[in-house]
Design a protein around this ligand. Structure first.
Ligand code: TNX
Length: 510
């Protein structure tokens, strides 16, 4: 593996860099099948319109929004008089490609995306934009020409669940920062956004029945700087924006641990009736809801009811991690009361894998965040019929440092360079968890050290695309040599978009 770590290895004997692969071969995540046809290049021009009839119109408008600023072309959607050289999005796809699959054809006279659903069209559009020159990502007009390589791509995901996580609890992120990240990760066909909304350092979602959670419990963050929170309207705006990027929000309310912000807001939630002060450090495992008080469950039910009502997606994440100050017996008693509440309000439970101790029912999902393989909680979960969301901390955690020189991040799960993030197979990595029990993959990013969008981008890119490829591409397509060369072509796209990223020495950046 040493040779893989050297930068710029793709240099043939003559000393010249290898010629850039045709753009058809540079897509991240790798599509299922790619058939280039160099005789059929397409040029997006002043005349190009987008034809997206009926329900496809929303994806058509989205694509127009991507290409108008950089090309400066009008790119009308569904004009009365179609021009020539159009891009057609049609809901006439092959059902064999599944609900998220698509077929993309680039010919000299037209580009066509076929899918059975608007999710599939949206995925096809993400591939389409990667076939255009990097300048297409710019917010301002750039010189063309806007040529796309001819050929055909058929594609569908390996796993239906491919999530990114943000932690606005440790450092608060504004609605605009969340939207910016949604747009950045949608490019890699991420389809779920996990929001870690509560922790010791802050409660970030307004709960009408318990207003002090945000009036008091949201005022600070790690380091003692002012925090912040999402009003219910802000949260709805995030949910809607995510939906417009074909992404489902999974809200996390962490319990019974990671609850100092709630405990400091309401004295009555504490076993001793005394509210602790707000916490602005980065320790974990010291706080717990009071398992033996009735008011705890009135609180939890009120919160679950309000969050469920605001959340169209099927899952509600109840945390459950690092409850080090709760005994196992109390933990199981607590979860046994809380899990039925999640179901009562129409949601499926998702939780960090420790909550397997409470033997949640079959439709519950365990999110594995460990670093050591062979956890019996996972084998027991599989036997009950639970699915597992794979986010091993030493592979998929975007808040780990890349190496000892990384200025941001933590290192409790080790350093994670791009090749480490990419170097595992979610279908076979977890001992005792067969591929059919794997729901998908997640790239979490806890924010003890992350405060700005630039910080988020530096940690997420280029590792998030690595995790996204593991979630999307067929097992047979996972290949580091291929990935690093394709990933290299993303750098100019991020630069054009004004987005930061880590210039990993493992990648032969173009
Ligand atoms: C562990 S991962 C935690 C979080 C921390 C994170 C930092 C998990 C379920 N819990 O509370 O923020 O490490 O990487």
């Amino acid at each position: 593996a040493g040779a893989l770590l050297a930068a710029g290895t793709a240099v043939p004997a003559g000393g010249d860099p290898a010629p850039a692969a045709s753009a058809m071969d540079t897509i991240v995540p790798a599509p299922e099948s790619v058939t280039p046809n160099p005789a059929a290049d397409f040029e997006l021009s002043e005349q190009t319109a987008i034809l997206a009839p009926g329900e496809a119109a929303g994806v058509g408008e989205y694509l127009a929004g991507v290409v108008r600023p950089s090309t400066g072309f009008p790119v009308p959607v569904n004009p009365a008089l179609p021009g020539t050289g159009d891009i057609a999005l049609a809901l006439d796809g092959d059902p064999a490609l599944g609900p998220e699959g698509y077929r993309l054809q680039v010919a000299d006279d037209a580009v066509r995306v076929h899918a059975t659903s608007t999710d599939g069209l949206f995925n096809g559009v993400q591939t389409l934009r990667q076939l255009l020159p990097a300048g297409i990502e710019s917010p301002t007009a750039q010189p063309g020409p806007w040529t796309m390589p001819g050929g055909e791509i058929t594609d569908k995901p390996r796993f239906g669940h491919r999530s990114a996580q943000l932690d606005p609890a440790r450092h608060f992120f504004t609605v605009d920062m969340v939207k910016r990240y949604i747009d950045q990760v949608a490019k890699y066909k991420i389809n779920k956004l996990h929001l870690h909304l509560t922790d010791d350092q802050g409660w970030r979602l307004q709960i009408n029945s318990w207003p002090r959670l945000t009036e008091f419990g949201a005022q600070t963050e790690v380091g003692g700087t002012p925090g912040g929170f999402y009003t219910q309207q802000d949260y709805a705006e995030i949910v809607d924006y995510a939906a417009s990027r074909h992404m489902t929000v999974i809200p996390e309310i962490d319990m019974p641990g990671h609850t100092n912000a709630a405990l400091s807001s309401y004295a009555e939630l504490n076993c001793d009736g005394v509210a602790p002060p707000p916490y602005t450090g980065i320790d974990v495992g010291f706080s717990s809801l009071c398992v033996n008080k009735d008011i705890t469950y009135r609180f939890v039910e009120d919160v679950i009811r309000e969050v469920a009502a605001l959340t169209p997606g099927p899952y509600l994440h109840i945390g459950g991690d690092e409850a080090h100050s709760t005994t196992d017996e109390d933990y199981v008693a607590f979860m046994s009361k809380v899990l039925p509440l999640v179901e009562k309000y129409g949601k499926k439970p998702l939780g960090w894998h420790e909550y397997g101790k409470a033997a949640p029912q079959g439709d519950a999902v365990l999110q594995f965040w460990g670093t050591t393989n062979g956890d019996p909680l996972l084998t027991e979960a599989v036997a009950r019929g639970n699915k597992v969301l794979a986010s091993p901390a030493n592979k998929s955690y975007l808040d780990m440092k890349y190496d000892e020189n990384t200025p941001l991040g933590l290192q409790w799960a080790g350093f994670i360079e791009v090749a480490d993030a990419y170097g595992w197979d979610p279908g076979s990595y977890l001992q005792g968890v067969p591929e059919e029990s794997v729901l998908g993959v997640e790239a979490p990013m806890f924010s003890e050290t992350l405060e700005t969008s630039q910080h988020i981008e530096f940690m997420a890119f280029p590792r998030l695309p690595a995790i996204a490829e593991l979630g999307w591409s067929a097992k047979g397509a996972l290949n580091w040599e291929s990935f690093k060369n394709r990933l290299a072509t993303q750098g100019p796209r991020w630069q054009a978009a004004g987005q930061d990223f880590y210039r990993s020495p493992q990648i032969p950046w173009t």
